[in-house]
Design a protein around this ligand. Structure first.
Ligand code: DGL
Length: 270
């Protein structure tokens, strides 16, 4: 048993979709979340900058009493994960592996689509992971840089014409290649799942990497006998910009209440 909290970080608010999965799948685990709201987005930045930011995020979380770290950011997981392992002894889980496993298991045609930020798609990490899993897979990748701002503007529900048009446009090349599985490779995209579903139809399986990663984490904690021993969850949130702005948007990503204190930190100090 291990009563320390699970550390989770993201470039901003998107990683809260992984916290929503934690609430569902590991309801008694304590959570410490860091959202780098002062420096989001990461997905348009250089590899060097993303690596530096991610290392600071991890060093900050290591100052909290945590037993593992979930990198709930598609961009950091794609671009900067290896550099984070040597910073700590605690397990660090990116979102790529679990999504790759789920997509490879779900596809029947062997044709898989991947959507994500520019940095995620440019890194080729999902493509490599899928081909390592099964070299016969066909992978069609598509950067979708305009989706994050649309989600952050709250326009992610079916009926939002701008979100529908963008998803139609971005997904068209994937559907042309007849993919039957799409990895929603950015933490913001699960909020657009209903629109992806509408555009792609029921025949396409949508993979949420954050959710799959929390599933994997749950098995890992059981295997290592690291689950929390008592009931009741505590949550603590840290951000690098206004607490008020975080509170205004966080519930949309969580699909529920922010159930913990929100504090601002100066992330450049780490
Ligand atoms: N959290 C990022 C991701 O999952 C999206 C936002 C950003 O570009 O920082 O890729």
């Amino acid at each position: 048993m291990d009563d320390r909290a699970i550390g989770v970080f993201d470039s901003g608010l998107g990683g809260l979709t992984a916290v929503a999965a934690l609430r569902e799948l590991l309801p008694d685990e304590d959570v410490v979340y860091f959202g780098d709201t002062g420096r989001v987005p990461y997905g348009t930045r250089s590899v060097e900058t993303i690596e530096r930011y991610a290392a600071q995020d991890v060093r900050f979380l290591l100052g909290e009493d945590i037993k593992c770290i979930v990198v709930a950011c598609g961009t950091v997981s794609s671009v900067a994960l290896p550099g984070l392992f040597h910073l700590t002894e605690v397990p660090v889980l990116g979102v790529i592996d679990a999504a790759v496993e789920a997509a490879a298991a779900a596809t029947r045609s062997g044709r898989i689509g991947v959507v994500g930020t520019n940095a995620t798609i440019k890194s080729g990490t999902y493509r490599r992971g899928l081909l390592e899993k099964d070299s016969a897979l066909q992978v069609v990748s598509q950067p979708c840089p305009l989706l994050v701002p649309v989600v952050e503007d709250g326009r992610f529900a079916p009926g939002s014409r701008i979100a529908e048009l963008l998803v139609e446009e971005y997904v068209a090349p994937l559907l042309q290649q007849e993919v039957d599985t799409i990895i929603l490779g950015c933490t913001h995209y699960p909020l657009l799942a209903a629109i992806f579903r509408q555009v792609c139809g029921e025949g396409v399986t949508l993979i949420d990497p954050g959710y799959e990663t929390i599933r994997k984490l749950s098995s890992l904690l059981t295997r290592l006998d690291m689950k929390k021993g008592s009931e009741g969850r505590r949550e603590q949130y840290y951000v690098s910009d206004s607490e008020q702005q975080f509170l205004q948007l966080a519930e949309m990503f969580l699909g529920g209440r922010v159930a913990g204190r929100v504090q601002r930190v100066d992330i450049e100090r780490y």
